[in-house]
Design a protein around this ligand. Structure first.
Ligand code: FES
Length: 116
């Protein structure tokens, strides 16, 4: 699970049905949300294999099939079932007042070039 420094409100709980995936923005980062029997999970949207949109993949149980090459990812862990060398980043999810919040690491500071 990725470190959560900043939580973003990304959707309402009613926006995503059980057994569905959805692409949302957490700040400027596109992430994939999944509702699995009422529990919400979040992984990176861009497939770690070649960038397919995991949030658009077909969902069966806790597995989403990448729409690009059909690899299966367990969105409760981020692990790829097709090739275990790959895994999707998993992000922390909180529910507050009917809203879904996703936690991301703080953006890297860009302090310009370093001169030694
Ligand atoms: S881009 Fe997702 S399996 Fe290839």
């Amino acid at each position: 699970m990725e470190q959560a420094d900043i939580f973003y409100t990304v959707a309402k709980c009613d926006d995503i049905e059980s057994g569905e995936g959805k692409i949302v923005f957490a700040g400027t980062t596109r992430v994939a949300l999944f509702n699995y029997n009422g529990e919400i999970f979040c992984i990176q949207n861009n497939c770690p294999h070649a960038g397919g949109h995991l949030g658009l993949g077909a969902v069966k149980g806790c597995i989403v099939k990448c729409p690009r090459h059909d690899w299966g990812f367990d969105f409760t862990t981020g692990k790829c079932k097709t090739d275990p060398r790959y895994s999707a980043k998993q992000y922390e999810v909180k529910i507050e007042d009917g809203n879904i919040l996703v936690g991301l690491p703080a953006p890297e500071q860009n302090n310009g070039p370093e001169f030694l």
